[in-house]
Ligand binder design. Structure first.
Ligand SMILES: *Cc1c(COP(=O)(O)O)cnc(C)c1O
Length: 441
């Protein structure tokens, strides 16, 4: 313990950091309290500066798929630091991590590393525009692809959580390059492609939407995107920053059996260090400098520590039955969340792909961001606060996914389900009959 309190940290932070944070959702603004300040983490748990322990379902927004401070990742990062923090000249680790990605991700033959997912999507789009000679991009409502100009329209959680529409400061000319249609709506995509196909460089999609609640693709949806893109000379880009090495070692493209032209990665592949990557077949990647004319560079790109940590993480993921475990535990958690919901008379729906899931307060299926908005998101803040009091750290927004890490076991799942029961009781007592009907116990 450091003798600090969350409150004192928050007051100090707000004086010198804008909004007290370095990424908006971390402010806890959407859940009606101030943030907890992390002091340390181990396995599935993190401890705040007051020494309180939480089961961590944020896991650094999915980056920590092995949990906090996995020994293999820590060892690799330490070794890398001792050898020299950064060089600005190539290191063999960059090739090794690229080799693992090329082996794992079906559509990728060559990779370029950058420092964030935002940067990776931006760069992949530049490449798509160069390769097609077109400028517009089709994205989906609720799809988040980082904060670059032009991709914030109808974007994910950060904006929805804080009630910001699209952001001021984005030039109209940039916003005009983006067309947005509902996710899981093949007719809308077909219509957009029919009207504007000749102007479209890319269809950009999170193959499982995971920044506006978790929304899996309906059967056939990704196939439709592939087909429409092929027919109109449009590149299909999968933003697998969350789904890559998360919904399976080979990402969403293997899980759903659809190959994109370009793939964007981030989060998991850095083992918890800042990273992003984009990749695809050589015929496209050869456009990127220095092989080709599309300029894209980075002082700290391919950072040795991120490479080492990412490599160590992917080796563990490849060797151990992590994804089976996440699937099984995810299934158990889903069942527990639903059973407790039924028991408490609070209608809940769970969307889940492996160890990536979302809870919605509704008894209806949730297949699009419009349906997410129609669920009872107003119940989330009280639910979140009770879960936090019970020692479970969920995303501080109703619009973010929950991330199971491989450090979670049976005991933690039981702990989660118990806390969920208590939190449901808290919100059903609070909300009365309007909050989801009669209580059956
Ligand atoms: C997190 C995320 C990004 C942005 O990555 P940063 O590293 O935060 O810039 C892009 N796309 C998706 C799908 C993400 O989840």
């Amino acid at each position: 313990m450091s003798g600090k309190s969350n409150k004192s940290c928050w007051e100090a932070a707000r004086r010198v950091l804008v909004g007290g944070v370095n990424s908006p959702v971390r402010s806890f603004k959407a859940v009606g309290q101030s943030p907890i300040f992390a002091e340390r983490g181990k396995g599935p748990y993190l401890w705040d500066v007051e020494g309180k322990r939480y089961l961590d379902l944020v896991a650094s927004w999915g980056a920590l798929i092995l949990g906090h401070n996995h020994p293999a990742v820590v060892r690799a990062a330490e070794q890398a630091i001792h050898q020299g923090i950064t060089f600005g000249t190539p290191t063999p680790a960059e090739t090794e991590l690229a080799q693992m990605i090329v082996q794992a991700v079906p559509s990728v033959e060559q990779v370029r590393f950058v420092c964030s997912g935002t940067e990776a999507v931006m760069s992949a789009l530049r490449l798509a525009r160069a390769a097609t000679g077109r400028s517009k991009v089709l994205k989906f409502q609720g799809g988040y692809h980082g904060h670059s100009d032009g991709l914030l329209s109808s974007s994910g959680s950060g904006l929805a959580t804080l009630g910001l529409p699209d952001s001021p400061g984005v030039p109209a000319s940039a916003a005009r390059e983006t067309l947005t249609v509902p996710f899981n709506d093949p007719a809308a995509v077909r219509q957009a492609v029919r009207r504007r196909g000749k102007e479209l460089a890319a269809i950009l999609v999170e193959p499982v939407q995971a920044n506006f609640g978790v929304i899996p693709p309906e059967p056939g949806f990704l196939e439709t995107l592939r087909e429409l893109a092929d027919r109109s000379g449009i590149l299909l880009i999968f933003d697998e920053v969350i789904t890559g090495f998360r919904v399976g070692y080979n990402g969403a493209q293997r899980r759903f059996g659809v190959r994109p032209d370009l793939t964007v990665l981030g989060k998991v592949i850095g083992g918890g260090f800042p990273i992003g990557a984009y990749g695809g077949p050589k015929r496209l990647m050869k456009w990127v400098a220095p092989a080709g004319p599309v300029y894209q560079a980075g002082t700290l790109a391919g950072h040795p520590v991120a490479m080492a940590a990412g490599l160590a993480a992917l080796k563990v993921l490849q060797a151990e039955g992590v994804y089976e475990t996440l699937e099984n535990l995810g299934g158990r958690l889903e069942q527990g969340l639903l059973e407790q919901g039924a028991g408490a008379g609070v209608p809940v729906t769970v969307n889940r792909v492996g160890g990536l899931l979302s809870l919605f307060f509704t008894d209806k299926p949730v297949r699009s961001s419009a349906e997410v908005k129609r669920s009872r998101t107003a119940a989330y803040p009280a639910y979140f606060r009770k879960m936090l009091a019970e020692g479970v750290y969920l995303p501080p927004s109703p619009f973010e996914g929950w991330f199971l890490s491989a450090a979670v076991g049976e005991k933690e799942i039981a702990e989660l389900i118990r806390a969920h029961g208590a939190a449901l009781d808290a919100i059903s007592a609070r909300g009365g009959p309007a909050s989801g009907g009669r209580r059956s116990r």
